[in-house]
Every structure is written in C-alpha cells, then in structure tokens.
Design a protein around this ligand. Structure first.
Ligand code: ADP
Length: 414
C-alpha cells in the first residue's frame, strides 16, 4: 500500500510517500519512496523534493493555499518527473495519513477519518487554534482532489498520552474549569515518544508491558515522557506545548504570575505575553542570539559567549530536573532515550543533561555517545543501571503504519 503522509502547517506542508503493509511492518521493511516539503504557501512557494536515492530538487511555484500545494505535490509525484515506478497515477496513492495535533479527550488512538471524526477534530480547534484548522484544511484538500473514496487516517499528537492518570493531567485549579473548558494536561509529540519507546523495547528485547523508559524529544519544541508498562504516566507539555522543558523559542515552565507582571510592566496584552513566551523565549530569549542549538554551541566554542553558555546550561539543567522528577513519578525506569534534532545529533547536550546522574545509576560512555550522531544505539556505559540511547525519531513511519493498520481493521499497538 502506498501511503501519503501529510503534516499540514499554516504556511508549510511536509509529506512523505511510504510503501508499507502488514508484512513489511512485521519485517520492518517499509520503503520510503520520497519525501518533501512545501514552504511559504500563500506566495511564491518553495518546494523541496527528495527521492529515496538521496537526490534533491528545489522548485518554486505560486501556490495560494494548502489545496494548491497538495495539488502540485500530487501532480509531481504521479508524473514522470518523480521517476517513481510505483506511482503512475493518482490511483497508485492508496491512502493518506495525517498528523493531527490535537485530539482532545475524545481521540485516544489513530482513526479512519469520517464526517463524525472530522467534526471531532473541529471541536478540538479551541484547544489548538493554530494547528487543527490547518490539519482540517489538509484533510479537506485530499477529499476534493482524490474524492471521498480514498481512505484517510488521523494520527494525533496527543493520543499516546491518553493513559495519563488523573493525578498527572489535572491542574490544581478550580475543578469546574476542567469540566467547563477542558483545561488539563494533554501532552504533545505523542507519535515521536511512542515511536522511540517502541524502538527502545525492540533494542532491549523486552515486551511493551516491560517498557519503563523516560523519552526526551529535543528539537525546536522539546518534551519528555515518563513511560511505565509501555504507557505514558506523565509528560512535560501541558494544555499547550508551552509547558515543560526549555525549547528553541518557548519558555517552558514558569511562575504563572509572571504573565501578569510582564503585561503590566511592558504594556502588553495577555495574548501578546503568550506570544512572547512562545516565540521570543527559551534558548533565543536567554541567549539573545538564536533558537538554534548548533549555532549556540558554535558561539560558545568560537567566542566563549556568556549568554550562549547560560542558555545551554538552563536548557540542560531543566531537562535533568525532569529525569529526577519522572524517576520519582514512575517509580524508577530502565532507560532514557534522546530523540529530535538536538537529542539525536548532540553528544555534548546529552552528556550535559546526564552529568551528575550517577546517583540514579546513569553513566554515559563518552566514546559510544560521541559516535551516536543521527544513528540508533546505546550511549550509556556497560555497567550503567539506567541504559541511555539515542534513537532518531520517525513519526511519518508510525503514521504510515497506523494508516495501514486502521484501514485493515488491525490493532495498532503503541
Ligand atoms: P523540529 O522540532 O522543528 O522538527 P528538529 O527536530 O529538526 O526540529 O530540531 C531542531 C534543533 O536541532 C535545532 O536547535 C538544531 O540546532 C538542533 N540540531 C540539529 N543538528 C544538531 C547538531 N548536530 N548539534 C546540535 N544541535 C543540532
């Protein structure tokens, strides 16, 4: 089955075409036929297309909206230009899997998109006003291009965290606010945490029920999950992705009274303060330089920049605090996993986060750690009680697999 995986943003569309079926899933032999991205939708869009052989191509085209972008992508995929022998026309795209950001309390797993499901995703718009509307546009664009007959599946960023117990998801605010407005912790990056927890159990040769691990997704957005018996029992992101770890431009945890204080002192509305905490804070806010960890590390190395150093220190310290908190929350773990752009590629940051955790039974092997860049493998030392791994995430693969399993009515275990 050729599954088109879509991640529709406000001005971008990321896509992959993956050939998979139950047999390939079993053998871990899914084939990635191509991947790409359309950026700056709404104007002269930039389209990057990458083939499975590593060849890349960049084009520009005036694409006014997500529907036009999708139309462009489909035409390219199904034309001679893609060079794909597997796809000769639209009929060779057999299903579409969508990343949907918020599934609220309703969606605890991936589902085939029906009118009722679409309504449910619409009802979650108030929980993710920046994301769900774009996801819906992507779904509707596929419908209008391919017709209602093409199966589409929604894979939610929040779904994996559905297992959070009440004591972990409730905020200590008046209970009627939870009832009335569904104010609670939902957690995000669920597909990524779920994927690396699955790889962890494959690498450790344990069952899902035996999987006790803390997973760190450290990219532009950052989050951690405490996974016990295969299911999250806590996670760092909250009602929105703003809570938790320090991120590229997001503050993560902070005293809620600060919002009012900034508002009063700087003459900003509550909305503007929230935007400042989302887009001007985190690594960018502290360093005053950039949200990009690689650039910060280079500034530190080349110019010994003090604020780059302190931004990295705060980032790592706060992640380390979550290791301690989650070990307590879940009653101990067998491992810790790093993923996302930073987690997969920066041995320095991994070492800095894990530094001083020997009391918890965690020792990093410097050689193993250094070698594990963009690769899957162990980074802790032989005798470390808590095993540490770097595992590149692959949300698209999980979305493609869930799509196949949903369509075939198969269970899709995390
Ligand atoms: P997103 O969350 O948008 O998907 P990524 O997962 O690609 O983003 O992560 C982006 C972050 O990863 C950036 O801060 C980038 O600097 C960082 N990163 C990527 N490669 C490296 C590297 N080799 N060393 C340190 N940081 C890296």
């Amino acid at each position: 089955m050729n599954v088109l995986v879509l991640n529709s943003g406000s001005s971008s569309l990321k896509f992959q075409l993956i050939a998979t079926d139950l047999d390939r899933i079993q053998r871990n032999e899914d084939a990635r036929l191509l991947r790409g991205e359309v950026e700056r939708i709404g104007g002269e869009a930039i389209v990057t297309l990458g083939k499975s052989n590593g060849a890349h191509q960049t084009l520009t085209a005036p694409l006014r909206d997500i529907s036009a972008a999708l139309d462009f992508v489909i035409r390219w995929i199904t034309s001679d230009k893609s060079g794909l022998s597997e796809v000769r026309g639209p009929a060779d795209v057999h299903a579409v899997g969508h990343r949907v950001v918020h599934g609220g309390e309703r969606f605890s797993e991936s589902v085939i998109i029906t009118d009722d499901v679409l309504k449910g995703i619409e009802e979650c718009i108030e929980l993710a006003p920046l994301h769900n509307p774009n996801n819906i546009k992507g779904i509707l664009a596929v419908r209008s291009l391919f017709g209602a007959g093409l199966p589409q599946v929604a894979v939610f960023d929040t779904a994996f965290h559905h297992s959070l117990p009440e004591h972990a998801y409730l905020y200590a605010i008046p209970y009627h606010l939870y009832r009335r407005h569904r104010i609670r912790r939902y957690g995000f990056h669920g597909t990524s945490h779920r994927y690396v927890a699955y790889r962890f159990r494959v690498l450790r040769n344990v069952t899902r029920e035996q999987t006790h691990v803390i997973t760190f997704h450290l990219g532009n957005g950052c989050s951690a999950a405490a996974i016990r018996n295969g299911d999250p029992v806590d996670t760092s992101m909250g009602m929105t992705p703003l809570e938790g770890l320090v991120m590229g431009t997001r503050s993560g945890d902070l005293d809620p009274a600060i919002v009012n204080l900034i508002s009063a002192k700087e003459g900003l509305s509550a909305h503007e303060v929230e935007a400042l905490l989302n887009t001007q804070s985190g690594l960018l806010g502290i360093s005053g330089l950039t949200n990009d960890m690689r650039v910060l590390q280079a500034e530190l190395k080349e110019h010994d920049d003090r604020r780059a150093r302190v931004a990295i220190e705060v980032f790592c310290y706060r992640a380390r605090k979550y290791v301690g908190a989650f070990l307590a929350a879940m009653g101990g773990a067998d491992g810790i996993v790093f993923t996302g752009g930073i987690g997969e590629n920066s041995p320095e940051i991994r070492a800095q986060i894990c530094g001083g955790l020997e009391w918890a039974g965690l020792t990093i092997d410097p050689e193993r750690n250094k070698k594990m860049v963009g690769k899957e493998g162990i980074i802790s030392s032989e005798g470390s009680q808590l095993a540490a791994y770097a595992i590149p995430t692959d949300e698209e693969l999980l979305i493609a697999r869930d799509t196949v399993r949903c369509i075939l009515g198969e269970p899709h275990p995390s």
